[in-house]
Each structure stands twice: as C-alpha cells, then as structure tokens.
Design a protein around this ligand. Structure first.
Ligand code: PLP
Length: 472
C-alpha cells in the first residue's frame, strides 16, 4: 500500500469510525453468533498473494462486525465497562502511527517523560499521597502480580530473585469476594493457590479486618510468612469496599504489604464525595486502577501506583549490555517498572483524555453514571417482584427477580437464569450475573461513556417486561 492509498482508506475509515459510534444503537449490543460460526467463514490458511484493501474491509464489515459484541453501546451494562472516547481514539491512532517501542527513556524520551507527568496528574486527581509514583501497565492482573513480586522480594531481601524458593512458606490474603486474577497471580508468583487465604466478608461483602488479623497471626504461629494483603476497593461482583484503613492497621502491625485492587471503582476517587473509599491511605504500599474501565480511555491502560518505586525497580531491573545507555543514571526506564520489556506508548491517550475532558469532565461523567446506578437501585427497591442483593455505592446494582409463587432458592435461581438468557438473547441489553452469599444475582452496570437516563429506563423496562412475559 502506498501513502496515497493509505490516505484514502484512512479518511474513509475515520468517517466509518464516527458513523459507527453515532449509529451504534442500531446494532445488537451482544453478538448473535454460535461458537465456530465466524471461524467457519475464514479461510483455513493465509493468502499467498496480497489482497486489496477493499476486499479486506468488506470482510471486516461482513464477517468480523457481526461477530462483535459492542462494548461502546450504551446498552452494554455487563461486567464492568471498558469505556472509550474520541480523544482516546485519536491518540491511539497516533500511537500506532509513531509505532514507538517505549522500553527506555532513550528509545522515546517524550513517552517516558509524559508517562511520569500524567501518572502524577492522575495520582493527584485520585487523592493518593504525594510520595506515590505511577507506571502504566497493560492490565490490573499484571499490576497485582508486580505487587506480589515486590512484596516477595521485600520480605526475602531479594533472595528469591537471586536463589529461587527454598522451602519458605508464604501466605497472601484477600477476601472471599476478591477478583480471580489474584489467585492467578499467586500461582504465577510461585506461591501456589494453597497459600491464598480468602478472608470472610461481612453482610455488605467487605473484608473483615478482625478475621484478617486472626488469620495472619495463626499463619505466623505455624511458621508461614504473611506476605501481602490485597484489599478490594470495589469488588467485581458488587463493588464492595473493603475497609482500607482498618486493614492497613493490621498490615502495619504485622509488617505486611498492602496492595489495593481498585481496578474499576478506583476511578471514582476523582470525586471528593467518594474519597472515603480509600480512607487515609496511610498504610497502602501499592494501588492499581484501570483508566481503561471507567475513565474514557480505550483498552488497555492500567495505572499502577507504588509508595516506594525503588522497591519496584529493584525487583525487576536487569542491565544487559545491549540495553545500557549513557543516561541511565538520570532518567526513568520504565522497562524496569514492570514485567514486559517492550512497551506501547499508552501515556499519550491518557494525556489526550485528561486534557480534553479535564478533571471536571471526567467527574461529570462519573456522577452521571453513579446517578444512573442510584436510580436503578431505588427502582428495584420499590418493586415488590425484585430484590436487591448488595449495597450499591456506585453504579453497579446486584438484584434478582422474585417470581410469584417461587419460594425455594433453586426455583428462584432457575427463574433468574431464564430471565438473563432471555434478555441476552434479545440483544437489546447486555447484563451478566454473579453469585452473592450463595445467591444467583443479576448485575447491571450503566457505565458506558454515552449512556443516558433514557437507556437506563429502557433497561429497567426490558427487565420488568421480560420477567412479566416469563410469568405467563
Ligand atoms: C476488572 C478487574 C480486575 C482485572 O482487570 P484486568 O485489567 O482485566 O486484569 C481485577 N480486579 C478487579 C476488582 C476488577 O474489577
């Protein structure tokens, strides 16, 4: 492809991109395809001779798009959002065009220095203590793994990095509601799932600090080294907020690393009225938040903040001859701030978003979304045939349908499974489910960049009407 053709296709594509976002509500929010259906339309092997862009784009429209679930659709209220925005898309185009590999300062000085700046901006917007420093990573899963590895090296004085494991037993703590990525990270870090202690939660699904303290003491008594506590600032099931200050006191008394998993709800710390969620942050060693979930920044963009960057860098830095540069003692080489060597220029899109929205713009979006959540929670509470199953501090509402006559848990669960399947098959609204205190729960999260009150009303109407139709 020459630059003339690139120019022509790029202009067409930008028009297509704007049309796509503008008319996204005309599409089914969830892909309506069976497993294998898309693969069946794709050739078994790649083409020998190059093909024209017209043919490729035609197949993008004809084969790929029908198999996509539209995450930017305002009726996407499943999981957590991965919301995006025009400024973010513009920056992503530039990142792809520059094609820079931002592993060290020297390989792209502006990328490194911009990353330092935007992480400081974000740290201040979130109300984190001024000594925290941040780095952009791909996902919260990776950031939490970094926290575990740093905690491991702090406790062993970098011994495991040097000599590997030698029989010492470690324990990692989180609540029974913690995200599955934590167990995955515990496995990857070499501790084994058996070393993960799932601490009981209270009736609001938040970790109980007293149970945590008891478990840590019991472990110590048995010769196990307590390594790291991972507190959730917004669990995935119901955005339950673990009591960070009370957990922090336990961690301080026991000299255990405190990592806060604020992957989704952390963005709400931009709102003064939500700062209570973090408490004083006095004992927090590290925190992860995903601008790629709720901050209008397209996937992927995870912000990992640490109180002691030296500890992080020491855990990861290795200086082979071919990576040394003349400025290493004066600059930040982000390859030493995480797992991957090669790094995308992700700071650019966050910078575009933060400047284009401003703090006030992001705050306004978050407040709108939280209002949507509060409106839904109130509507569910007022309806006799529905029951809320968890507090809704933000915009994630967990509830279930109580069909008339259904009394036992098994029947209620079956009815709710049926209701969810019907809603998902309608492709007008995308919801998902979870389990809370053993109960099957439907989960609704209006957090799309362009979601409006009319969408939330339509979603609630669809839930009620679908349930009513199932009654007949
Ligand atoms: C989404 C989520 C994660 C995982 O995030 P990734 O960036 O996809 O790894 C971890 N913890 C919580 C609480 C989450 O909501």
């Amino acid at each position: 492809m020459d630059s003339e053709a690139f120019r022509r296709h790029a202009h067409e594509l930008v028009d297509w991109m704007a049309d796509y976002i503008e008319s996204i509500e005309e599409r089914p929010v969830k892909a309506r395809v069976a497993p294998g259906e898309i693969a069946g339309k794709l050739p078994e092997s790649g083409p020998e001779a190059g093909e024209g862009m017209e043919a490729i784009l035609a197949d993008f429209r004809g084969i790929i798009l029908p198999g996509m679930t539209h995450w930017q659709h305002p009726m996407f209220m499943a999981y957590f959002p991965a919301n995006s925005s025009y400024p973010s898309l513009l920056a992503e185009m530039l990142t792809a065009t520059l094609g820079a590999q931002c592993m060290s300062w020297e390989t792209s000085p502006a990328a490194a220095e911009l990353e330092g700046r935007v992480m400081n901006w974000l740290r201040d917007w979130l109300g984190l203590p001024a000594e925290f420093e941040g780095v952009i990573q791909d996902t919260a899963s990776t950031a939490t793994l970094c926290a575990l590895l740093s905690a491991r090296e702090r406790v062993t004085d970098f011994g495991i990095n040097e000599r590997g494991f030698s029989g010492q037993r470690f324990a990692v703590y989180c609540s029974t509601e913690a995200h599955s990525s934590i167990e995955k990270d515990v496995r990857i870090a070499g501790f084994g799932s058996a070393s993960l202690r799932k601490i009981p939660v209270d009736d609001e699904f938040a970790m109980q600090p007293r149970e945590l303290a008891a478990r840590i003491e019991a472990d110590r008594a048995e010769g196990v080294t307590p390594l790291c506590v991972i507190a959730a600032l917004g669990t995935t099931s119901s955005t339950a907020i673990d009591p960070i200050d009370a957990i922090g006191e336990v961690c301080r008394a026991q000299d255990v690393w405190l990592h806060v998993d604020a992957a989704y709800a952390g963005t709400a710390l931009l709102l003064p009225e939500c700062r209570w969620m973090l408490g004083s942050a006095r004992d927090v060693d590290s925190l992860v938040v995903n601008p790629h979930k709720w901050m209008a920044t397209n996937f992927d963009c995870t912000a990992y903040f640490v109180r002691d960057p030296e500890m992080l860098v020491h855990t990861f830095d290795i200086q082979p001859e071919y990576l040394k540069t003349r400025v290493d003692d004066r600059v930040r080489n982000y390859r030493d701030w995480g797992i991957q060597l090669g790094r995308r220029f992700r700071a650019l899109k966050l910078w575009f978003v933060m400047r284009s929205f401003g703090r006030e713009g992001i705050q306004a979006m978050l407040r709108r979304h939280i209002e949507h959540g509060q409106w839904l929670a109130a509507a569910i509470d007022e309806h006799a045939a529905f029951e809320r199953l968890a507090p809704a501090p933000l915009n994630c509402v967990c509830f279930r349908w109580l069909p008339p006559g259904a009394e036992d848990e098994a029947t209620i669960e079956r009815s709710n499974r049926g209701l969810l399947a019907k809603i998902q098959d309608s492709a007008e609204l995308y919801l998902t489910h979870t389990r809370l205190g053993g109960r099957y729960a439907l989960r609704i999260v209006p957090g799309q960049t362009r979601v409006e009150h009319r969408h939330v009303e339509a979603a609630w109407r669809l839930v009620r009407e679908t349930a009513a139709a199932l009654e007949d």
